[in-house]
Design a protein around this ligand. Sequence first.
Ligand code: PLP
Length: 420
Amino acid sequence: MRNESNVNSYARQFPAIFESGEGSKITDVAGNKYLDFFCGAGALNYGHNNPRLKQALLSFLEKDAVVHCLDMNSAVKDRFLERFESIILQPRDLNYKVQFTGPTGTNAVEAAVKLARLATRRRKVISFTHSFHGMTATSLALSGSREEKHKVNPAQDVIFFPYDGFFGEGVDTMEYLEKMILTRGTGVELPAAIILETIQAEGGVNVASNKWLQDLRRFTRENEIVLIADDIQVGCGRAGYFFSFERAGIVPDIVLLSKSISGYGLPLSLLLMKPELDVWKPGEHNGTFRSNNMALCTATEALEFWKDNSQEKTTAQNAAIVKRQLEQLAEASEHVVAVRGTGMIWGLEFTSGAIARKISSNLFGKGMIIETCGNNEQVIKLLPALTIPEAELRTGLSMLAEEVLALDNSVIMEHNSLVA
Ligand SMILES: Cc1ncc(COP(=O)(O)O)c(C=O)c1O
C-alpha cells in the first residue's frame, strides 16, 4: 500500500493481496490459490482457519465471553491453564509455572532475560551464532543472525558462542564454551542465562544434536546458569514433539512459546518457568495485552491435538516423506549442498542465496509460498502445516523438486550455449 512504511518486508517477497485461507491453501483477491509452506513463519501449525479452532472461537464470540480483561482471571484463562497442565505438562512430568507475557515472541524473550537476571543477580547472557530471538532491544542484541542491526542497538551484556556444528564435524563447541566460562582469566564471566533454539529456524534450519543439548543441560545445571529454550518457532509440535527439546530428553529452566500456541494466528505468548525461578513481584513484567482471551480460547482447543500421540505419529510419517524426497533431490542437483531438519521443519541449502531466492520467487509465481533463511538466505525453509493432507505435502515437494531440477537444466543450457 502507498502509505505503508518501507519497513514492510513479506509483501515484497510475496506480492499478492490475500483474502481467504483454508487449511494449507490461501487465495488472493484475484482468485489465485497458493499452497502455503510458510504458515505464518510457524504461527499456523494447524493451517488456516482450522475448523475445530474456528468453531471454538465463534462460540466464544457468540456468547459474549469477555474478550479483554488484562491479566484478570477469566473462565477461559482458568480452563486453558487447567488443560495445559493436564494435557501438556503432567504427561511429560514437567513442573512449570506459566507466565503470560505481552503477546509477541520478542516480549517473552525480554521477560525471560529479565527474570534470569533477577533470579541469579548476574547480568551476562550467552547466545549463539546464527540465532534469532526477535526485534526488541534485548532480543535483537541476542540475535547473532541480525548483526547488521547491532550497529544501532547496544550489545547489552550478550556474549556469543559457536552453536553446535559451527566449525563442522569434529569440533565440540560445548567443550569450548565450558572451558571459556570455567577457566579464570578468559574474560568471560559466569552468565545469568544461556538462551538457545534447539533448531535454529531463521538461522538456516541448524539442528543441534541430542548430545550437545544434553551436555549444555548438564553444564548449565552444574553451574547454576538458567537455561532458556526459545521454542517460539520450533515448539508447539513443529519439531515432532510438543516441545522441541523432548527429543534430547532435557528439561530447560525456562521455555518460551508463542507463534502456534494460539493455533489460529492470534497473538499469545507464554513463559514457562521452574517454580523456584518465580521471583517476580506482582506487575514487575506487565502489558495491556497479556492473556488475550480470544487467543486463549483457540489455544485451549488446539491442546486437543496433543491429547494422545496421534499428531506425533502423523508428523513422523510426514517427516519421513519430506526427508526422503529432499535427500533424493540433493543427490540429483549439484546446487543443493545440504538437507537438514526434523519433524515438520526442513531446510534445503543451496550454493548461494541468489539461487534459493530465485526458487522461492519462481515458486510464488506458480502458486506456492515458501521462504528462505540462513545467513546468506541460501536455505529454502519448509514449514508446512502439521495438519497438511499427504497429497498436498507431496504436491508441494514435487513443485519444489521441479523448480530445483529446472534450475539445473537451465544452468546446463546456459553452460552449453557458452561452450557452443
Ligand atoms: C526463535 C524465535 N524467537 C523469537 C521470535 C520473535 O517472535 P515475534 O516475531 O513474535 O516477536 C521469533 C520470530 O520469528 C523466532 O523465530
